[in-house]
Design a protein around this ligand. Sequence first.
Ligand SMILES: C[S@@+](CC[C@H](N)C(=O)[O-])C[C@H]1O[C@@H](n2cnc3c(N)ncnc32)[C@H](O)[C@@H]1O
Length: 355
Amino acid sequence: MNRIDTELAKVLKSKIRSQGPLTFRDFMAVALYDEANGFYAQGPNIGSPDGPFDTNAKFPAFGYAMAQAINHAEKNIGCPLRILELGGGTGQLGKSIISFLQNPHEYVVLETSPGLRGTQEQKGLQAISNLKNLSPGPTFVFGNEVLDALPVHRVMGMGNEEVMEMYVDLDKDGEFFEQPGRLSTSELTERFRCEGIQLGRGQVAEVCLELKPFFQSVRQVLERGYVIFIDYGDSASNLYSHRHRNGTLRSYYHQQQIHDPFFAVGQQDLTADIDYTAVLSIGEEVGFEVDGPIPQGTWLRNLGIQAYCGSEGDRESDQEEINVLTKPAGLGSTFDVLIFKTRGLPAGPGLHPAS
Ligand SMILES: C[S@@+](CC[C@H](N)C(=O)[O-])C[C@H]1O[C@@H](n2cnc3c(N)ncnc32)[C@H](O)[C@@H]1O
């Protein structure tokens, strides 16, 4: 299929012509988050009930289970918690969670996209663009599929432990293509060194360096509480094995997977698997204790998702929802749950079956 010359593609091409190649990370940051024409700026219908993809956010049963997690966390901590959702998308999940909570809660969404903040506010949620004005307090923080939307660097193994970074440049026809160049930061090789990873010759891999600042900003507003991420990924040793010789970058256009990150710049989603090893060690580095990862299906069952059945619509459709969310053939093993807590708290909600 021919690429679409979107407005954002034109802007990026002109930038490359005048300033030279961009790291893939910088390209991806603009493609997803450019305020005027980025994929998320346009307020895409993420998790739309009509979309062909099953995502957690579109199932009320998931909102029910999240509300149980919040109740559990409040019992552990012994006081009401502010809820901070990271990357709230259309606000559908936030609205659903609130509907299942018995008492009113302060519910804040941290969201980079102005368009999506607007959509979230229309659903009655308080949406903020950064955490600067949020005072530290007892908080329940969570992010569903937010880490996989952070921009990633792409690198290529050259053999002999050497690694080069992938840059987005223009070919002789003025079309985007990727080519290896010098590393933009030594943090990339530092990450691999810490994880004991050596890429094979020609092996491509994604590295997310946004994780640490993201965790640090969250840690600062959390006096006591839990941070829960629901996402897809793997340990570094699996993620950077030969099974993923071409990396895990994926791209979706109109919710269909498309094997070209430059097909419709700004109109297509870009995402990569999470390096759980990095997430867990950064979480510890910024001062959290770590629980998990645990497969989503087990986590939801531990939280008592089964009690949702019959509480809303008819039992059959409720059960179908629960099955999609929990069964390994559905989302139950696609997603994992990573739980962080401030020091000294009991095990995170859903880590063990509710007694
Ligand atoms: C894949 S979507 C998931 C949306 C929603 N959580 C859901 O499950 O449907 C990722 C969301 O994270 C937001 N996002 C990405 N980077 C962010 C950041 N650094 N801080 C806050 N939100 C961010 C995006 O704008 C988008 O709303």
